[in-house]
Design a protein around this ligand. Structure first.
Ligand code: FES
Ligand code: FES
Length: 896
């Protein structure tokens, strides 16, 4: 054993040469503020101070720490919050918080060194970016992190303060927030999923005996379906539970798996060929995963191609004729193109993880999930348990972005292993699995034709999208163009293309970003050909009142007023400005309930929702606090537990719109009860008496559900789906019937103006400034809404410039299965981000707020592409816009 000092206390650590410091800190000492994400020194989440110097504890053998002094995030606040922690809290430099401890540890070291050398001089963004460049944040909290570190170094947070717009911020900056991967029960086992090594095959035998014979192996189970088929590399086959991770790995390797390997087909182009091997026989098509949030609509199949795949697809009779005759006449206004987008991995920093435990027949499951209540229902249904026999808990969730909305195989494996082993089991995916098999935004190919008239009206639009879904169906991409740019003639057609690759999953605004990448570039091109300002053209073509207000704002931006044509630019580095629009549906989940109680004078709001970094705790705390004249921190918010009243999932930007109205209704009820019980009424025009009344009212509990008001529209507000006609109404009915999602009236909208600089020699693009205008009604938590808007932009920049899943086209392995290969944006990629909120447009919603997460990311990639077009005169038609692609485009133009 080696002696070390950890957070000021002497400890002895094992001499085991295989032990890594991160594991020992987390598993042996319970210092779970140190997070494990990549295990490869790339993300910085596991950073600790070794004799005051930041190191990646996931790479450090524990022996190397012998005799040294280690400080983890828990030790940083030992004698009060560090100025860096106060700054992160005050400036909301965090969202899900999973990366936060690593940033805090590194930034405190930077701060302390800086202050010693530079006093209270403020470091530049570049200096901070360089210091923190070894850290990744998938929520994209970088803009506020840069501000927080700068302001802490300048001395602004030297005085003790714990102000924070996010109610759980203190837990996240001190490392005390517990995520699923941090849960540890007495006697807990480590579970591991064993996955298919082939892209397509039938498992002819599974031999568990050698695995079960290993000491320390407590359970081995099969995860195969009745057909025993595997349809992609990484398809779950079996799972093991053992006393520790090393034994579980050995047990997994010892399972004998015999495959009858079948011909496979990898990727969009191969799968569309008429003679391609079939991924799903007719009888097994129902086994295809769902890449969308809504339930699949019926659609025809032809080999591996399914479609038109959405009830929302659309065609007017004249559209093909309009476009064909314009093509025949060589109409210079006809814009035709093929746009391709790469698959984008969610890359949540907390992996998909579950800890399952049976107490008799009562099942408690900690799950890293976007839907505690729904997952409880799914577990109860699958295992035929009463709702009172299953409890799903998610105190904190380290990101989801759409990938954690349903019952995952980690949860199934943990439950079945716990039952078989009669002990609690944790199944946490490693980074390889996280980047390979937990879903992704499918890559696409979109064929677009857009035809304006000579008079500048929009005559015809046609989009046909093929979605590279892997072993999944139900993409809706082209059809989303239904709700923007009304045209005389429109054809919108979606096809799923299935192949032997891991299936996609819903990802922030599913279908929206690829649709916008094609459509918004075509509109930009139309503006160039019509010689009209692109914002003015959108004002002419786009009738939505929310976006029309945003266009006015965008047109007034200095960056836009000074935009120059590409032809006026020269030199190696060229700057350009682009604009693009986006929208999302206003969705909410009927049945969502909020309970409001006074217990011992304290206000407690409860609902079974979860906070995946989007700030749902704070939204409820703010809403309650505002109505009672309290500070949000005085309101206790209980969420993340399925035993609470039914709450919505965190997907489709539904959470705020689903919980604010019942919260307000519960507040009205509670006030009514308090007032009728109180000896005196509150003074008119003052909130002060509520505090007194709460303290003296005795214990009361009320609850409220939002009325089913989706069909009752406010005067002057139109339903987007009704406007879309019969098929729109069908689409809305299906969402409500099969996905418990109501579509409200009004369209959450965004317009972005982006400035880039292009290096024409090396093809490198730097995003300099982003102006993002967002219309989602009133802001329930303004600081957090800004954080989410900025984070959405960062993810959009990743989609535009860096991120792309790469696959082995022969064997179907995912090649970008580590964060060193799958490039998400880092802090040094952060542009200046100016967020403009237009708070009108949703006054008909109780509380006036709808969700922001999806709409804020939709226009980023086309705005970047349009800015590149404005900078260098070439149009990028494939994402990510990598340097090699841009150089090739520039070379083509110079050849031409
Ligand atoms: Fe150690 Fe990522 S977990 S650097
Ligand atoms: Fe950084 Fe979520 S706040 S990963």
């Amino acid at each position: 054993m080696s002696a070390v000092t950890i957070n000021g206390r002497p400890e002895t650590l094992p001499d085991d040469p295989d032990s890594l410091l991160a594991d020992v800190l987390r598993d042996r000492l319970g210092l779970t503020g140190t997070k494990l994400v990549c295990g490869a020194g790339v993300c910085g989440a596991c950073t600790v101070l070794l004799d005051g110097v930041p190191v990646a504890s996931c790479l450090m053998p524990v022996k190397a720490a012998a005799g040294r002094t280690i400080t983890t995030v828990e030790g940083i606040a030992a004698t009060g919050l560090h100025p860096i922690q106060r700054a992160f809290m005050a400036l909301d430099a965090l969202q899900c918080g999973f990366c936060t401890p690593g940033f805090i540890v590194e930034a405190t070291a930077f701060h302390d060194n800086w202050r010693k050398a530079q006093g209270t001089t403020t470091p530049s963004r570049e200096e901070i970016g360089a210091a923190l460049s070894g850290h990744l944040c998938r929520c994209g909290a970088y803009d506020n992190i840069l501000r927080a570190v700068a302001e802490a170094c300048s001395g602004r947070f030297d005085a003790e303060t714990s102000a924070a717009p996010r109610v759980e911020a203190r837990d996240k900056v001190t490392g005390s927030a517990k995520y699923t991967v941090d849960i540890r029960h007495e006697g807990q086992l480590e579970g591991l999923i064993v996955r298919s090594a082939v892209a397509h095959g039938k498992i002819t035998s599974l031999d568990f005996a050698p695995s079960r014979a290993l000491p320390g192996v407590m359970a081995v189970i099969s995860l195969l379906g009745d057909d025993k088929m595997v349809r992609y590399v990484g398809d779950p086959v079996a799972a093991v539970a053992a006393r520790d991770h090393t034994t579980a790995r050995q047990a997994a390797a010892a399972i004998g798996i015999t495959y009858e390997e079948l011909p496979s087909v990898i990727g969009l182009d191969a799968a569309r060929k008429p003679d391609a091997p079939l991924v799903f026989e007719r009888s097994s098509r129902k086994k295809a995963a769902n890449v969308s949030e809504g339930s699949p609509a019926p659609a025809p199949w032809k080999q591996n191609v399914r479609g038109p795949s959405a009830a929302f697809s659309h065609k007017t009779k004249t559209v093909r004729g309009e476009i064909a005759s314009a093509a025949a006449a060589n109409d210079p206004l006809l814009i035709k193109g093929v746009f391709r987008t790469a698959g984008q991995s969610h890359s949540c920093l907390e992996p998909h993880a579950t800890v399952a435990r049976f107490d008799g027949d009562y099942l408690t499951v900690h799950v890293s999930t976007q839907a505690v209540f729904h997952v409880m229902e799914l577990i109860a249904k699958r295992y035929k348990l009463g709702h009172d026999k299953v409890r799903v808990i998610a105190d904190h969730v380290g990101g989801g972005f759409g990938s954690k909305g349903s019952l995952g195989v980690d949860t199934i494996a943990a439950i079945e292993l716990a039952r078989a082993a009669k002990a609690p089991v944790r199944v946490a995916l490693d980074r390889h699995d996280e980047l390979s098999v937990t879903g992704h935004r499918p890559g696409t190919e979109i064929d677009i034709a857009l035809l304006p008239s000579q008079a500048g009206e929009l005559k015809a639009v046609s989009l046909t999208a093929w979605s590279d879904n892997g072993a999944g169906v139900n993409s809706t991409i082209a059809a989303l163009a239904r709700l923007i740019y009304p045209a005389e003639a429109k054809a919108l057609t979606d096809f799923d293309v299935v192949s032997n690759l891991p299936p996609g999953a819903p990802f922030r605004g599913p279908g929206g970003p690829p649709m916008a990448f094609a459509l918004e570039q075509a509109v930009d091109e139309a503006a160039l050909r019509l010689q009209i300002d692109p914002i003015k053209l959108r004002q002419r073509w786009d009738t939505d009142p929310n976006r029309r207000r945003l266009y006015e704002w965008a047109a007034g931006l200095e960056a836009w007023r000074n935009v120059k044509p590409a032809s006026s630019k020269s030199g190696r580095y060229r700057r350009g400005v682009g604009v693009a629009s986006g929208y999302w549906l206003y969705l909410w989940q009927p049945g969502s309930k909020v309970e409001l109680a006074i217990k011992g004078g304290r206000l407690i709001a409860s609902t079974a929702i979860q906070d995946i970094g989007t700030g749902s705790r704070t939204v409820i705390a703010n809403t309650v606090a505002r109505e009672f004249g309290l500070d949000p921190h005085e309101v206790e918010v209980r969420i993340g537990d399925s035993i609470l009243p039914e709450g919505p999932g965190s997907g489709g930007s539904r959470t705020t719109a689903s919980v604010v109205p019942p919260t307000l209704l519960a507040i009205q009820k509670l006030k009514g009860v308090i007032e009728s019980n109180a000896k005196r009424k509150p003074l008119p025009g003052s909130n002060a008496p509520w505090r007194e009344l709460l303290a003296t009212s005795g214990d009361i509990s009320v609850s409220a559900t939002r009325p089913e008001d989706s069909r009752h529209l406010a005067p002057g507000v139109r339903s987007p789906l009704k406007e879309a006609g019969f098929m729109g109404a069908i689409f809305g009915w299906m969402l409500r019937r099969f996905s418990n999602l109501a579509v409200g009236s009004g369209v959450p909208s965004s317009v972005q103006v982006i400035e880039v600089e292009v290096d024409t020699w090396l093809g490198h693009v730097r995003v300099l400034n982003v102006h993002t205008g967002i219309a989602v009604g009133k802001l329930a938590a303004p600081a957090l809404a800004r954080s989410q808007a900025a984070g959405s932009v960062i993810q959009g920049i990743g989609y535009a410039l860096y991120e792309g899943r790469e696959v082995d086209p022969l064997r179907g392995h995912i090649l970008t299965a580590g964060l060193e290969d799958y490039r998400i944006p880092g802090i040094a990629d952060t542009p200046n981000i100016d967020v403009h909120f237009d708070e009108a447009g949703f006054d008909h919603v109780l509380g006036g707020s709808v969700g922001i997460g999806e709409v804020a990311t939709v226009p980023t990639s086309p705005a970047v592409a349009n800015a590149i077009r404005n900078a260098i005169g070439v149009r990028a038609n494939a994402l990510p816009i990598r340097p090699d692609r841009l150089v090739a485009l520039l070379n083509q133009r110079s050849v031409a």
